[in-house]
Design a protein around this ligand. Structure first.
Ligand code: S3P
Length: 173
């Protein structure tokens, strides 16, 4: 089985994914890290030197590679992965894949992302929390239609990591 965690930047996909993989004794993969390893460059460097379109092409190609394996994997996607090419269709039509949208409200995303924006090329230039709030509001509005196609939606606002993990696992039984 391949358990896919998706959602906006800062929604906890990688942190929760690692924990879930440990609990289930699955391997853990972070798509951004996988791309960085294969391309021997950070996501920020790829955006800067080769551009976003190149990154999106590679993102789809590596996603296909990963979901083609027969291993048990927890896979954390990048925030934009579900919204490009036919990535969501690939995930929905693969019977090995179970997907979860980790949903977090805009104010909580802003709080988390404002302090960690430097490593994220799409928001690194945001000067104030107000600018970031406006950006995320619009961006999430566009992206929600893709995220909502996930098999399960988990509301994570004000929940402990342990509670979210329990919820994820209870949906897998
Ligand atoms: C992106 C999210 C990032 C990374 C890239 C683009 C996006 O991943 O893939 O910077 O389009 O939302 P995280 O969600 O892990 O930050």
């Amino acid at each position: 089985m391949i358990i896919v965690l998706l959602g906006y930047m800062g929604s906890g996909k990688s942190t929760l994914g690692k924990e879930l993989a440990t609990a289930l004794k699955y391997s853990f993969l972070d798509l951004d890290d996988y791309i960085s390893d294969k391309e021997t460059a950070s996501v920020g460097e790829i955006f800067k030197t080769k551009g976003e379109i190149y990154f999106r092409k590679k993102e789809t190609a590596y996603l296909k590679d990963i979901i083609g394996t027969s291993e048990n994997i927890v896979l954390a996607l990048g925030g934009g992965t579900p919204c490009y090419s036919n990535n969501m269709e690939l995930l929905i039509n693969n019977s090995k894949v179970v997907s979860f949208y980790l949903k977090l409200s805009i104010p909580l995303l802003v709080d988390r992302l404002f302090t960690e924006k430097e490593k994220r090329p799409l928001i690194s230039h945001m000067a104030s929390k107000e600018d970031l709030t406006e950006f995320i509001g619009k961006h999430l509005f566009e992206r929600s239609q893709y995220y909502s196609l996930a098999h399960h939606v988990i509301n994570t606002d004000h929940k402990l990591q342990s509670e979210i993990l329990e919820e994820l696992q209870s949906q897998l039984i």
